[in-house]
Every structure is written in C-alpha cells, then in structure tokens.
Design a binder for this molecule. Structure first.
Ligand code: LLP
Length: 414
C-alpha cells in the first residue's frame, strides 16, 4: 500500500486528512488523490533514470484530471497524449507543447491539424497511411511536421492480453519488418521530419527483459534509419512500468528496470523518452464508497453492496484485476463476501469471495490503487453520474472535480 494512505487510530488517512471526514464532506463515491504520492513517484522515476539525457512524458490517459496533469507538469514532466481531447487537457494544464508527444492508432485529420498547429514535440505515426495524411496536412498548413515512428518490435510481453501491444498481430504501430519500406517512403515526404522512433510494448509489464529485447530491435531500426540518411534525435521506449496492487506485493521496482536499461540506453546518441502512466498515478488514488447493504443467500454466501460500481472502476470486470478493499474504520473481525456495486450486471464487482476487514451497513470502504485507468474509464452506465474527485496535499483538500449532476447527464440530448 502507498505510504500516503495509512491507518491512524483505526481510521484510514490520505496524507493528513481522514477519509471518513472526506466521505462525509463530499459524499460518495469519491476519488481521493494524494498529491505527495504523485510527486514521490515522479521523482523516484527521475532518480532511477537520472544518468540518461531524457524526457519523461507522463501518459495522460492513465489519469487526465487537470489537477493531476498540472502537478506532474509543474514538477517538470512532459506528457504523452492519445487524442485531441487529451492534448486539449494537456495544454489547459499548462504544459509546454514542446514537451508533448502524441500517439494514437486512428488519429483523424482534425486531430493531426490540431497537433501540428500547436507545434508539439512529435506526432507518433502508426501507419504508412497516417504518414501520408500528416504530410498532406502539413503541406496545406506549410508546417514542417516533427514525426516519430511507432515501431512494433514483435516482442510479446507477459501481461493481460488486452494490454499487450508489442506484436504486429495487435493493431499498434508499424511492423519492424516494414521499416525499410516505411523509412524510404517517408524520406520523400518533404513536410515531415522524422525526429523519433517509438515503441510501447504494453502495460503492467513486470519483466525488464522485454524492454531490453525490444530496445535492441528499436536500435536496429535506428541504425537502418541512419544508413538511409535519417537522423534520429528522440528514442522513445514507451510506458508500461508496473506497480504493486496487493499489500506487501513484491512488484519489480523501477530501479530494477533502470539497472537493466540504463547501460544500454546510455550509449544511444539521442534523447531518451519514457511514457509511464500507471507508474505515476495508480497508487495515488482510492475510491471511497459507502456500504449500502449486506445480504446473505441461503448457502451463507455474503454480498457487500457498496455505492461505487463498475461504471466508476471497470478494471476488475474488464481484466479481472485485483484491488485491495479496506474499511475506512478498522474494527475487530473480518468478513468474506463479494464486494459489488449497484449496476445491473453480475460482472459489476470489485472483488469476489474476498476476506476484508469487518464492515457493517453504513460503513465506508476504500477501493485502493484506483488512480490509473479508474476515472478515465468511467461511464454513465445505468445513468449513474460520474464521481467527484478531490486532491489532498498535507492538510489541504481541493475539490479537483465536482460530482456530475443528473442535469449534466441529459444536457446534450434533444
Ligand atoms: N504509451 C502508450 C502509447 C500507451 O498506449 C500507453 C498505455 C502508455 C504509454 C502508458 O502505459 P502505462 O505506463 O500506464 O502502462 N486500461 C488498462 C491499461 C491500458 C494501457 C493503454 N496504453 C488497465 O487498466 O490496466
């Protein structure tokens, strides 16, 4: 568990603020983010890779709340965005365009134009057709486009199949085996400057060896590019670094990744880019939720029904992912139950047959590690308003997002 969430006198705290107090003040479900946790992760990452000439581009898709982005930007981070919406947020949070890179397997012409007009550090192209479109738009705008090529290194990292992206059988990037053809084609595009090579082999990857192997592949592409007279100034190894989700779990620490990768990356004559998302934010937020009912079936199976649901955090339903569930007020005893939400789906659960600290109806719980791919993947399913978000720094509490209202949910309908 993140050190910024801890028990004091049997009450769960975020930094210097009791989560019980926040639940009562802001209502539930409520995302609570520790600002110091974000900063600690960022600085830890920077320290691990300090030996490299690099720019860390926080991958905004993991948590795009403006307060989160701004915290990391103010600390010095660059940003990785995946859509015009994320680029808009990044710019709104005060990021310098020259520290923003943009990915996306299906960028529209409007998105490409927006990115070019903002003069971001680079657009990462994921197909030959996209390169042609970037060239066309750049020519029309009379802008020299700074482009990175996303290379698929054909390395399949061990992770959930939905978030493994390093193989050309997935939709991402351009197959490394097509690089010569691609680079020769792009060389003829007058309005494109290839300034970078990029890869992203997946998310939540515990074994640094996959990065090592994929980096070797990307290095081959760099040599090829240089042989063809294309100078590569940015070498981007993507995101995907893991964090622990279980209390006491020994997840591979970022320092281990650095130990394996720094000696290899240090000799590369280009600026190294990283795109961590989860690593920065996953353990910085929890969802505080209220226990509405507890019921038991005839076999003795128990259900703890809370007011947060799969529309607030879809990870358990979508990937079968594990999130710790802690009572906000620690009491004697335990309860073994399915922890479920109010949505009309049997897949609406946070945990199944899980033993958690004792809770009764009316008690609050925290669903832990909800900072990455939590709110950003939320929906209005069952016409449930999206939750509120607060950010805590020491004793200070800021409302980072108001709770959505019923009126807001219908305002765009005619
Ligand atoms: N760069 C690119 C191009 C990406 O596609 C992603 C994530 C990242 C960086 C950041 O990866 P991270 O460091 O966060 O692993 N919803 C899933 C994860 C999807 C990841 C999508 N791409 C989950 O909840 O586990």
């Amino acid at each position: 568990m993140d050190t910024f969430f801890y028990y004091k006198n049997s009450l769960l705290f975020c930094e210097s603020v009791s989560l019980l107090e926040l639940a009562k003040k802001f209502g539930t479900p409520l995302f609570v983010t520790s600002k110091q946790s974000l900063l600690e992760q960022y600085h830890r990452f920077e320290k691990a890779f300090a030996a490299l000439n690099h720019l860390t581009c926080y991958s905004v898709k993991a948590n795009y709340n403006l307060s989160v982005i701004r915290t990391l930007v103010d600390a010095g981070s660059g940003l990785d965005v995946n859509s015009e919406g994320e680029l808009y947020r990044a710019l709104n949070a005060g990021a310098s365009p020259q520290k923003i890179i943009m990915a996306g397997v299906g960028k529209t012409e409007a998105e490409i134009e927006y990115a070019l007009r903002q003069k971001i550090l680079m657009i990462k192209a994921e197909s030959l057709s996209e390169l042609k479109l970037i060239e066309k738009v750049a020519r029309r705008l009379k802008i020299q486009a700074s482009v990175g090529i996303r290379v698929t290194p054909n390395i399949t990292a061990e992770t959930h199949p939905y978030i493994s992206t390093g193989n050309a059988d997935e939709k991402f990037g351009i197959d490394e085996r097509l690089m010569e053809k691609t680079l020769l084609a792009v060389k003829k595009m007058k309005f494109i400057t290839v300034s970078g090579l990029e890869m992203h082999i997946g998310s939540k990857i515990s074994n640094p060896k996959y990065y090592y192997d994929a980096t070797l592949k990307l290095l081959e592409v760099k040599s090829l590019a240089e042989k063809l007279g294309i100078e590569i100034t940015h070498f981007d190894i993507g995101g995907g670094f893991p964090v622990p989700y279980h209390i006491g779990e020994q997840e591979t620490p970022i320092e281990e990744f650095a130990k394996m990768l720094v000696p290899l990356l240090k000799n590369i004559d280009a600026k190294i880019l990283f795109e961590p998302g989860r690593f920065m934010v996953a353990n910085a937020s929890v969802i505080v939720s209220k226990t509405l009912y507890i019921k038991q079936n005839e076999n003795g199976k128990k259900f703890v029904i809370v007011d947060a649901a799969m529309n607030d955090l879809i990870r358990p339903a979508l990937y079968g992912s594990y999130h710790e569930i802690l009572p906000i007020k620690k009491k004697a005893g335990k309860i073994t139950a399915d922890i479920v939400g109010p949505v009309c789906e049997s897949g609406d659960f946070f945990a199944r047959a899980r033993e958690i600290g004792s809770v009764q109806e009316g008690d609050y719980v925290a669903v832990m590690s909800a900072g990455a791919y939590g709110y950003v993947m939320s929906s209005n399913y069952n016409a449930r308003p999206r939750a509120a978000e607060v950010m805590v720094s020491g004793k200070t509490v800021r409302l980072a997002r108001k709770r959505e209202t019923l009126e807001q949910m219908i305002q765009n309908e005619r």
